[in-house]
Write a protein that binds this ligand. Sequence first.
Ligand code: ZN
Length: 267
Amino acid sequence: MTDHCALLRFHGDIRRLLDPGSRHGVRTPRAERLRARETGLVRYPALRSASLKDAIEALGIPHTEIGSLRIDGVEVDFRHPLTAGTTCDVFAQPMPEDVTAPSLLRPEPFSGVLFVVDVNVARLGTLLRLLGLDAAPPPDGDDAAIAALAARERRIVLTRDTALLKRKAVIRGRLLRAAAPEDQLAEVLDHFGIHGPFAPFSRCLRCNVPLAPVPKADVLHRLEPLTRIHYDSFHICPRCERVYWPGSHHEAMLARLSRLGLLRSED
Ligand SMILES: [Zn+2]
């Protein structure tokens, strides 16, 4: 076709997200979708002055999934126009994705690995906080509120919602592929290269706020009789005032983390 199209070549596991028909607001014919996912090749009409970000996201892939872009071999950024007759190579994020390293697509590095976790993967958020990782729950409000928090505090957005990750305010994120929370945890740790050591039970599982030690006498009135007898070490969430102690629930969660291979015996 000597037409007004550019050729987009997708590399890596982002191919499986391709949905070339979504730009027309209709479901892609299955054969077309499968062909695009298998070959990674999509011809894209470059009639209007669409940016690369627009074109890639119109094909179903949020910009957060992209590690680098090359047009005819030269590295370019998201704002680069897609022009007819050119070939653009679209690469997935490298594994592990290093959020502290500047790149052409994301010139300002993050200072560390901080997350904000969407409500559709809320149990993943609890598991991350259980490990002591900084994983903020979604703020009240809609997607815009999550994106604003991510921008303000330079947090990585974790979600299964493609539209949220397409927002401009979101710099980094991960569209979770796995469905089960424990598989999602493994996916996040792998993708961002997080190996520990972890600090389990150092954050409130609800609020993400670091826990503070509290004298037993201060919380005695809130404890069940057996807890009063058997435990002496207590922590409290400064925000919601939930009290934590190394009881059976705590032990069960540590056992769960051990089964996932996330804790060494001395942890
Ligand atoms: Zn709390």
